[in-house]
Design a protein around this ligand. Structure first.
Ligand SMILES: Nc1ncnc2c1ncn2[C@@H]1O[C@H](COP(=O)(O)OP(=O)(O)OP(=O)(O)O)[C@@H](O)[C@H]1O
Ligand SMILES: [Mg+2]
Length: 328
């Protein structure tokens, strides 16, 4: 009998059927619940970067919050390195869990404390998560700065965040997330607040870390060009649903879902996700059928009545009636 596959072969993250509906507690009795994440399933392997793309309000950050366990899903499973975390972990994320899933935020200045030097930002997590002792913590913090390309590291370590550029601050934020040796790094729009000239440097750094450390990454982005550069796979979200999931090059160069096509067309026109894909008034959201039906140029009769299940097409998953359903 052959041995079971090593855990290294198993995806580090397996998300199945994740759903989250927010019921806003506003004053309006008419306010409808918002299905922010609906039946989302995907996997991420070690050394793999997955990009989550979609217009504002499509549920990208909610997925990140569910994975960080800042929000609890209504349904679904999150298996991290074989561990069914919603079953095995306490309701509130523990210190040990917080080590495993790290986040890099959009605003590198907001995420660093201006009263503390860089050493503090790196040494604190190293000590708190027992990745260093009092004796070697400074050396380990300096090593992290080398890893993220902040040279001379011995000089940067004593600076304060306001003495760094935006790109340098984002490097510190990345170093801080690496300090605890996470299983999964989630980066929410990591380059969108940076000057265009240095965005590529940060993407190159993330790519290097992914390869050298076999780090699993989820990058949330509006920018399909960045997604294509960094990510191995692109997941396209529309109203909380994954409408397309496939190899980054294929999704970006030959999109299958009409929504992905619209996204790419809007980028071709304006350079980023523009009005062609802007969200609609919540009153216009259909309650049955395909959620994209009211904006779809390729509408079929069935689209108005039946929400399409996912089907595999050309090496990817597409949720669209234009493609034949898979036979079991
Ligand atoms: N705590 C909350 N309470 C109520 N509704 C929420 C809450 N968090 C998110 N939502 C709603 O859920 C939907 C998805 O929001 P989310 O922040 O995940 O979108 P996003 O894709 O990250 O958008 P953006 O690109 O603008 O950051 C939106 O309609 C949002 O208004
Ligand atoms: Mg967001």
């Amino acid at each position: 009998m052959t041995a079971p596959p090593e855990s290294a072969d198993r995806p580090i993250l397996e998300v199945t059927g994740l759903s989250k509906t927010f019921v806003s507690r506003g004053l309006l009795a008419t306010s409808r619940p918002v299905k922010a994440v609906a039946d989302v399933s995907f996997t991420v392997n070690r050394g793999e970067a997955v990009a989550l793309v979609g217009e504002s309000g499509s549920g990208k950050s909610t997925i990140a919050k569910l994975l960080l366990r800042l929000e609890r899903p209504d349904e679904g499973r999150i298996v991290l390195d074989g561990d069914d975390v919603l079953q095995s972990e306490p309701r509130r994320a523990t210190l040990a869990y917080r080590r495993r899933v790290q986040m890099v935020f959009q605003d590198p200045f907001g995420s660093l404390n201006r009263t503390h030097d860089i050493a503090h930002h790196l040494e604190r997590p190293l000590l708190r998560h027992h990745r260093a002792t009092k004796h070697d913590v400074r050396a380990k913090a300096i090593d992290l700065l080398h890893d993220v390309g902040l040279e001379p590291a011995e000089e940067f370590i004593t600076r304060r965040p306001y003495e760094l550029s935006g790109g340098q601050r984002q490097r510190v934020a990345i170093a801080r997330s690496l300090a605890v040796d996470p299983d999964l790094l989630i980066a929410d729009e990591p380059t969108s607040m940076l000057d265009v000239s240095i965005r590529m440097d940060i993407l190159t750094l993330l790519t290097k870390l992914k390869t050298e450390r076999r780090l699993a990454m989820i990058m949330i982005t509006h920018d399909l060009a960045s997604a294509r550069y960094l990510a191995d796979r692109v997941l396209v979200l529309f109203r909380g649903r994954i409408v397309e999931d496939g190899p980054a090059d294929d999704v970006v160069t030959a999109p299958a879902h009409p929504y992905t096509k619209a996204l790419l067309a809007s980028i071709a026109d304006s350079g980023e996700l523009g009005p062609a894909t802007a969200g609609v008034d919540p009153e216009d959201i259909p309650t049955e059928g395909c959620p994209f039906a009211h904006r779809c140029p390729d509408l079929l009769d069935v689209c108005a009545t039946t929400e399409p299940a996912g089907r595999t097409y050309d090496g990817r998953l597409v949720r669209c009636h234009l493609y034949p359903e898979n036979k079991d």
